[in-house]
Write a protein that binds this ligand. Structure first.
Ligand SMILES: [Zn+2]
Length: 129
């Protein structure tokens, strides 16, 4: 079992992207502001006309936690969860895989990868760049 993210009308493009091997960031078609997580209306100009850009897929660790407890369904602990600053100017949370907990620090460069959970869900994960 895996903890499944919420997919709704505002985030469908994001999950379509991960399934296609793309990290998609919401971008306002009216003013160009990028945003994560996605939402229905732009927070800068209130426009509902929202598109997306495909991120380069690289980022930097802003902060991180090593999660040892409590247990997470479908996960072997510990797992490393990081807040990642993307080149595109947004910050997202993600799991960093294949990294020892003493191999990661603030500022570590990461690159996105994609992990297919099943036919309907592909999760972005991060690796050391
Ligand atoms: Zn806008």
């Amino acid at each position: 079992m895996t903890v499944r993210p919420m997919v709704n009308r505002d985030s469908q493009f994001f999950w379509d992207g991960t399934a296609a091997g793309e990290l998609r960031i919401q971008k306002c078609n009216a003013c160009g502001v990028r945003r994560f997580p996605p939402g229905p209306a732009c927070r800068s100009c209130d426009a509902f006309d929202q598109g997306y850009v495909v991120a380069a897929g690289t980022g930097t660790v802003f902060s991180y936690v090593v999660h040892r407890h409590p247990p997470v369904p479908g996960k072997e602990l510990p797992i490393v969860i990081a807040l990642i600053d993307l080149e595109e100017g947004v910050r997202m949370v993600g799991e960093v895989v294949d990294v020892a907990d003493d191999e990661i620090e603030i500022g570590t460069r990461l690159r996105v990868d994609f992990r297919a959970v099943d036919d309907d869900l592909t999760l972005p994960v991060w690796r050391k760049a």
